[in-house]
Ligand binder design. Structure first.
Ligand code: KIV
Ligand code: ZN
Length: 403
């Protein structure tokens, strides 16, 4: 069988692909969702793993939110070796100062400041007029730039913002010194075509847009966070904000492992690259699931327990002939040791024979047929047939032959 363990099914040479910044917000937007809070030590452990895995920016928390948040951001800033460490702040000046205090020990620190720009948010949440919001954008980014060189500005509810106003805000933020411009789909409302067009328009219309990196930040309310994030790249964005296992407010954020493996696996049509060591994705998923107690759904893309498991006879037979028949990436590429052919009522004779072989049994044709019949009978009664069950039914067959 061809060894496909080191290459995706299709791909463009790495040197021809644009580098995308992976901004992980597991410790901020992820932790913000009900039931996902982490202790100080757990946050340090997650941050260390993200850093080792090659995440470019770790959003470590929201320093003004609590003393605990401040301390964890500050400690992550001190310990992180490679990644930029970002803290979130609202547009208020004391928020920004507190955030600066937390990230100041980082080798590379970022202040991420945000403000709502959509009509509904400005009217009801902020109770401010557009011109006041525009003034706040300038004041907040200017204040942040007085502390650090790396400033990200986000237009909260950007996808429901009137386009002319959005462009004016982005222009003002860049002029005041923002180096990253994030246009979040805060409520998971946009669609891929719409989000791509939004980035194209803003990047085309705003003077000096090349002075900043544009960023996507997508929520999954309609299940389109990953697709929207990738569409944002097509529109010109080069930073993706995401979380491990897709945890986050309400239906969650774009899942880091999904965006990374999408660009890795389909680099023929998604010509980007990230700095992520994809072999660490499963470890990261398990750690985040353990510390948050958020289970990962079995059929979750990339890191779900069934992502590399095959039960149907037709699929198992195909997999035994060539792994690319039913796998578009290798389990090894995401840190799973091997594909599993799960033995159940849908399994076929080929997989059963292969299973017996790996268990050390070489049966003749009659004995194999007999064992397979009893296996099917057992599989009809049990959801999954374990190795011990197979061992027992083969041993029974051997014993019966000697009776
Ligand atoms: O979803 C959102 O708009 C956010 C911002 C604070 C960036 O999380
Ligand atoms: Zn968010």
């Amino acid at each position: 069988m061809t060894d496909t363990s080191s290459a995706p099914v299709s791909g463009k040479p790495v040197s021809d692909r644009d580098r995308v910044v992976i901004f992980d917000t597991t410790l901020r937007d992820g932790e913000q969702c009900p039931g996902a809070s982490m202790t100080f030590e757990e946050k340090l452990e997650v941050a260390a793993l993200l850093d080792e895995m090659g995440v470019d920016v770790i959003e470590a928390g929201f320093p003004i939110a609590s003393i605990g948040d401040f301390e964890s951001v500050a400690e992550i800033a001190r310990r992180t070796q490679n990644a930029t460490v970002a803290g979130l702040s609202r547009a208020a000046l004391n928020d920004i100062d507190r955030c600066a205090e937390a990230v100041k020990h980082a080798r590379r620190g970022r202040i991420h400041t945000f403000l709502s720009t959509s009509p509904v948010h400005m009217k009801y949440k902020l109770q401010k007029q557009p011109h006041e919001v525009l003034e706040m954008v300038v004041a907040s980014v200017t204040r942040a730039r007085n502390h650090v060189e790396d400033v990200e500005w986000s237009s909260e509810d950007g996808t429901r913002t009137e386009i002319d106003f959005l462009c004016r805000c982005v222009e003002a933020a860049i002029k005041a010194g923002a180096t990253t411009i994030n246009i979040p789909d805060t409520v998971g409302y946009t669609t891929p075509a719409e989000y791509e067009a939004l980035f194209r328009t803003v990047i085309e219309r705003v003077p000096n847009s090349d002075k900043a990196i544009f960023s996507v930040h997508c929520h999954d309310d309609l299940g389109m966070a990953v697709a929207n994030s990738l569409a944002g790249l097509a529109g010109g964005a080069r930073q993706i904000e995401c979380t491990v296992n897709g945890i986050g407010e309400r239906a969650g954020n774009a899942a880091l492992e999904e965006v990374v493996m999408a660009i890795e696996t389909r680099s023929d049509v998604l010509p980007y690259r990230s700095g992520i060591n994809t072999k660490m994705l499963t470890r990261a998923s398990k750690l985040v699931s353990a510390v948050t107690s958020f289970p990962v759904q079995y059929n979750k893309a990339i890191v779900g327990r069934n992502a590399f498991a095959h039960e149907s006879g037709i699929h198992q037979d195909g997999m035994l002939k060539h792994t690319q028949t039913y796998e578009i990436m290798t389990p090894e590429s995401v840190g799973v040791s091997k594909t599993s052919l799960v033995m159940g009522k849908h399994s076929g004779r080929a997989a059963f024979r292969d299973k017996l072989k790996t268990m050390g049994y070489e049966l003749g044709e009659n004995a194999l047929n007999d064992a397979f019949t009893r296996f099917k009978d057992l599989a009809d009664r049990k959801k999954v047939v374990y190795d011990e069950d197979i061992e027992a039914l083969v041993d029974q067959g051997i014993a019966a032959a000697y009776d």
